[in-house]
Design a protein around this ligand. Structure first.
Ligand SMILES: [Zn+2]
Length: 216
């Protein structure tokens, strides 16, 4: 592990700045969180993209959101096969242990993972088709939805449509997890689908009745 180095100075400075200001101002709240544990009301599954700023959008404080991020905010199918499933583990913990009341899947505009999926499905990205491409195999989760957007000519509209389909397939896959179904059926958990337009700061929600996304 000799390649692991101390933090660069700009991050060290930022940390000390945070400790002297934000932490000091909220010290009792941090200590309460530490001693009493977390009780987040909501879990959010979003993309890793650095532009998607969940806590800022919702003005959330420490301890409010249980956040899981992965490429293209995807929930994989329910596969209790004994393998490593980071996303499924996070969902299981949030629903069965933390007992969150809301589970929010949030997609976003200009998603690189979605664009990669489109190029892969069009046959333009052979590197993503390889078995050893973690991104490619992860985006296979969304492949079944590509047919719905394959005929769209406008590249921006096509990307947006598939970004929203990534939210929908994740919600569909969530409802294959027995503990999610049980919590939803018991009225303890509600699922929500969102899509964030980064440049305009807009937020749309998925409306199951109409099958579309509408402004929040
Ligand atoms: Zn993304």
């Amino acid at each position: 592990m000799h390649r692991v180095k101390p933090l660069p100075s700009y991050l060290v400075q930022r940390y000390h700045g945070w400790k002297a200001t934000t932490y000091q101002e909220n010290r009792s709240w941090y200590r309460r969180l530490a001693t009493e544990g977390q009780r987040p009301r909501a879990m959010v599954i979003s993309c890793c993209d650095s532009r998607v700023h969940i806590t800022s959008i919702f003005g959330a404080d420490q301890g409010e959101f249980f956040i899981h991020r992965n490429i293209a905010n995807l929930v994989p199918p329910y596969e209790p096969d004994g393998d490593h499933h980071g996303t499924s583990a996070a969902v299981e913990y949030a629903v069965t242990v933390l007992k969150v009341s809301q589970l929010i899947v949030m997609g976003h505009s200009q998603c690189g993972g979605i664009q990669g999926c489109i190029e892969m499905c069009k046959g333009n990205a052979p590197e993503l088709e390889k078995k050893n491409s973690f991104v490619g195999r992860w985006m296979d989760i969304l492949r079944p939805k590509y047919d719905l957007v394959a005929d769209m000519d406008d590249r921006v509209e096509q990307a947006r449509a598939l970004e929203k389909q990534s939210v929908i397939i994740s919600l569909e896959n969530l409802m294959d997890f027995p503990f999610v179904v049980e919590a939803v059926d018991n009225g303890e958990l509600t699922l929500h689908g969102l899509w964030n337009e980064i440049g305009k700061g807009e937020l749309e929600y998925y409306d199951h009745a109409s099958g579309g996304f509408h402004p929040v």
